[in-house]
Design a binder for this molecule. Sequence first.
Ligand code: GLN
Length: 483
Amino acid sequence: DAYLDAIDAANATLNAYVAVTHDKARDMAKASDAKMAKGEGGALEGIPLGIKDLFSTEGVHTQACSHILDGFKPRYESTVTSNLWADGAVMLGKLNMDEFAMGSSNETSHYGPVVNPWRRQRLEQSVTPTIHLDEGGFVPAGGGVREARTLDNARLVPGGSSGGSAAAVAAFLCAGATATDTGGSIRQPAAFTGTIGIKPTYGRVSRWGVVAFASSLDQAGPIARDVRDAAILLKSMASVDAKDTTSVDMPVPDYEAAIGRPIKGMRVGIPKEYRVDGMPEEIEALWQKGIAWLKDAGATIVDISLPHTKYALPAYYIVAPAEASSNLARYDGVRYGLRVPGKDIVDMYEKTRAAGFGREVKRRVMIGTYVLSAGYYDAYYLQAQKVRTLIKRDFEAVFDAGVDVILTPATPSAAFGIADEDMASDPVKMYLNDIFTVTVNMAGLPGIAVPAGLDARGLPLGLQLIGKPFDEETLFQTAHVIE
Ligand code: GLN
């Protein structure tokens, strides 16, 4: 009830939820109460969670925040959410996101932007007399200049595509949330909201029932308020699944047990290629701070090179749209959601897709269709796949040489304003948000974003740790030293 009240009070301002399942939440909570009264109950019994609108939830709003899925309520439950409910978690509702998870600011949602609960601080200097007399006599009042910080009124993005998940967790509108990450959509919003987000190794979590964006890159993971919560949630979400043949049959470790293990002797790689041109000084300073913390905790810092890093973003923006154009072919007005009538079936397809998809989704479908076309396939798609292999080999070489984990900034900046002019006019500027995160998806590796400090305007900044395949434990262990 406390969480539902908080949502009802704050959602008109934050727009984090697109559907609130009041009745279902209370029913599930009652069932949890009954279980706990009998001394039963799972690892997440009674814990209220928000679910990204990309996860199929039986009989409940599931529209990937797209107009084309208008009114769609699946008759099945995603494997991830089934796992969470089996452990006793309670569903509060469905969370806002970029349409079909395409975006870095949550501004492509059919339901409008999510507002970051964080606000910038404005530094105001007010001049007071250099000296003044009070009862005690002569007081040099701080040199005469007093600094005051007030909140800036500009509304900021929470990042994307899991912007609703990150904002809801940061604003205490749920205890934790599900999210997905194709090129950074868990880690970048976590960094923008001072929360923890982990993208597990590709195959760790079943994709069944998660609306597909780019199937070879998509992975689900949690966003939480601390590393321990993220570890507990991932343990519940992860499983092998006969319904997703890319899910991997490996035991899911007790991630929580990794928290608090010393990192003495751990080898932490610092990739020189992540020191990109024009990176703000405060991001570099944050990175240095992270290095110092890990060193103080006994880790060995090693300089490494991932030479193909600079090709990751361009290759991602070929592979992801290619897969998206194929995955989104199913929205034809026949099987799901919206249908706009036409004079014949092709006309109906065209009208439905023209009305149902937003601008960013259309841009991706067009790019994807183009790079997969006969005559262009070899030049773009095949080339991007080769680059992807080289990126993966860069990481393999570094891990083979004895590096345990890699430390980088999570994003090249703190949260920016809603309707930021630069980003809105140039999609490539928006795509640059993912510069530190996409390589991880291209290589199928696990990555975690952990809050590490505030920028000069008081906004959260995050660091990223990248691990070996299926070594999420090392990420939790190391992230806990930073948090
Ligand atoms: N921002 C990236 C994109 O728009 C990544 C999105 C994601 O990870 N789902 O494709």
